[in-house]
Design a protein around this ligand. Structure first.
Ligand code: ASP
Length: 334
């Protein structure tokens, strides 16, 4: 136990070390992730997938490709894994569908692309990238976004591709609880309370800094279990769950409604831009603002000098980063 704690402390010291220059930081969602609720096998699986994603993004940077390519490559790895609430492992809506949102932004010229409420696109982050690079728009939604993705040659899947037992069971659990609570609560409260019972948020995000000194940020999610009425969260909304400019890139995860109301990602960047705050202070203050509103979650941020911040107010957040030398760090708990 003592050894474990020491390792954690040493890792924390490495993470907050100002000397190291980071080129990629990622999250795999924040939530009620505790050591007690995690088996060694499961933890290893999450760590391995995060490492694979970090390596994929790092390879893009090493090859001299843009931060946008690095973010996309890293996120695709997690979208293709059933472990995370994005792409393949997306959570279910109230009607037992998988409805995904994603966004990407390039700090160099503040171009951005996003898709919301899509059911069939294998890699929503690629669709967001296509919106950014191959359309005159920033955000497409629903059927139109799917048609656009197909037109651009992106992989389109049958609904069964996104079906995973764990996510389906998660929906059944919430539906049962909702039924039991329905006499006591209004419909809206039932939807919100269902978010609180979802213990694995699992949204994924990445921020990269390329060799030209440009930043990019991206986020991809299935949103929240049991969502209704084509609810859209913060992830695809530029300035809420995703943002990048020439100073900093940000990706959030958590209770999306609060990130939208706090304009979380842009708030962090504005604190740096207008108040000259360092990334750690700006990130921490942003989470505090979300907490004051009653929300929870976390975020990752990377600035143009290679400094990172990864604050969260939940029990855990899957997170990791790579230095310019290719050193990989992964953490899960507080
Ligand atoms: N922020 C996402 C949403 O509200 C969910 C998450 O990060 O877990 O859609």
């Amino acid at each position: 136990m003592k050894k474990l704690l020491l390792t954690g402390a040493v890792l924390m010291a490495i993470f907050s070390s100002a000397q190291k220059k980071y080129v990629l930081v990622m999250h795999g969602g924040a939530g009620t992730i505790t050591r007690e609720s995690m088996s060694a096998e499961k933890e290893n699986a999450y760590r391995a997938k995060l490492a694979e994603a970090l390596k994929a993004g790092y390879a893009e940077i090493q090859n001299g490709n843009t931060a946008v390519n690095a973010v996309s490559a890293a996120i695709v790895v997690l979208e293709d894994s059933p472990l995370f609430n994005a792409g393949r492992g997306a959570v279910f809506t109230h009607d037992a569908k998988n409805e995904m949102d994603a966004a990407i932004m390039y700090g160099k010229d503040k171009t951005a692309g996003a898709v919301a409420g899509v059911h069939t696109i294998k890699n929503p982050i690629k669709a967001a990238l296509a919106v950014m690079q191959q359309s005159e728009h920033v955000m497409l939604s629903g059927r139109g976004a799917e048609e656009f993705a197909q037109e651009k040659g992106l992989a389109i899947m049958l609904p069964s591709y996104f079906w995973t037992k764990e996510r389906f069971d998660g929906l059944q659990h919430i539906l049962k609880k909702e039924k039991a609570d329905s006499l006591k609560k209004t419909i809206q409260n039932a939807v919100l309370s269902s978010y609180e019972t979802d213990q694995k948020f699992g949204t994924v995000g990445a921020v990269a800094l390329d060799k030209s000194g440009n930043l990019a940020a991206g986020t991809s999610t299935g949103g929240m279990t049991n969502k209704k009425w084509n609810r859209i969260g913060d992830s695809p909304i530029i300035g809420a769950g995703t943002y990048a400019d020439s100073l900093v890139g940000v990706s959030g995860t958590g209770w999306g409604e609060y990130f939208i109301r706090a304009t979380a990602a842009r708030t962090l960047a504005a604190k740096m831009e207008y108040q000259n705050k360092d990334i750690q202070t700006a990130a921490k203050e942003t989470i505090t603002e979300i907490e004051k509103l009653g929300g929870d979650g976390g975020l990752i941020a990377l600035d143009r000098n290679g400094n990172i911040a990864m604050p969260f107010n939940t029990a855990g957040m899957y997170r990791g980063a790579v230095t310019e030398d290719g050193e990989i760090f992964i953490e899960i708990y507080k």
